[in-house]
Design a protein around this ligand. Sequence first.
Ligand SMILES: *Cc1c(COP(=O)(O)O)cnc(C)c1O
Length: 376
Amino acid sequence: MKPIQMVDLVGQYARIKTEVDSALQRVIDSAAFINGPEVKAFEQELAAYLGCRHVIGCANGTDALQVALMALGLKPGDEVITPSFTFVATVEVVALLGIVPVFADVLPGSFNLDPEDVRRKITPRTKAIVPVHLFGQAADMDAIMAIAGEHGLHVVEDNCQAIGSDHRSADGAVRKSGTIGHVGVTSFFPSKNLGCYGDGGALFTNDDGLAHRIRRVCNHGSDTRYYHEVVGVNSRLDSLQAAVLRVKLRHLDAYADARRAAAAAYDAAFAKVPALTVPARSTFSTHVFHQYTLRVGDDRRDALRKHLEERGIPAMIYYPVPCHLQNAYKSPRFAEGSLPVTERLTREVLSLPMSTELDQEQLHHITGAVQAFFAA
Ligand SMILES: *Cc1c(COP(=O)(O)O)cnc(C)c1O
């Protein structure tokens, strides 16, 4: 059996090596490393895939979140509502801009923002909501857009984990996650569903004016070289990464199918294990399984993880400490106990290996080891 990893990027590369190598060679031969034609072509191809007017590449997903908030004109003292059960990036850029992160709880099934709790957290200072489409499935965007509409709030979708998933609205409209709010952002970190071979990120929007402001912020606040209209940053997607992403974009839907097949094998194996809750599927979103995340009951999560590790099976806890209890972001407004679902999930969740390359033998070994743990 091939050794089991959380993500198998070496195996994935082996199957697209000729395509990737020739794309990289093309960029090196042209020496157009920054803002070259590859970046523009990738932005257009991703926009077409997403069904979205504008895609703007940038240096990473964290920058994309920061640039989105800057381009929307958020100011120090403004409040942004976001989950605490997520990767820290949103909270970090909010804090760096002097904006106040306000945490809403998540739903125990989908792990995504609870729209009712978002509603409860709105104050006169609230300016934006940043839903995170966690683990590969979109948050309830109908509910979130309705709340935002009522209160005149911006919505920035953190789509770093869900690129390619389809969200179906109550009116029947099907749109790609990340293209429903005012701005969507993604990360091309290597292990993401659409990952490059280094750092990369992008913003999506259907709003022409906002697209212009985003490009300006990414480019030192400048429209014309050496003339600066606003405070900006230097955040670019480089051409080598864009060339890799153009190749991988062509495989993205097949990659999602491979992930869903692995998830289905896990589901079937764990259906009869009472202590395990398999990931819920929302009625309004397809799942692209950035992670396959179980909830483990009876306080046995850490013991299961150890059992798997002893059998050569890595398993990860995303996320062990919620943002509101991190030393950097603690505040009396969000004391321990203030987000009960989030806090319970950090004690119960366990993510199993998930990649485009898991084979039957590996899946069998993993599911067998989990079943054996609960049969003992
Ligand atoms: C990966 C990730 C980010 C940050 O992306 P980087 O490219 O690593 O900066 C932000 N939010 C979420 C939910 C992520 O998973």
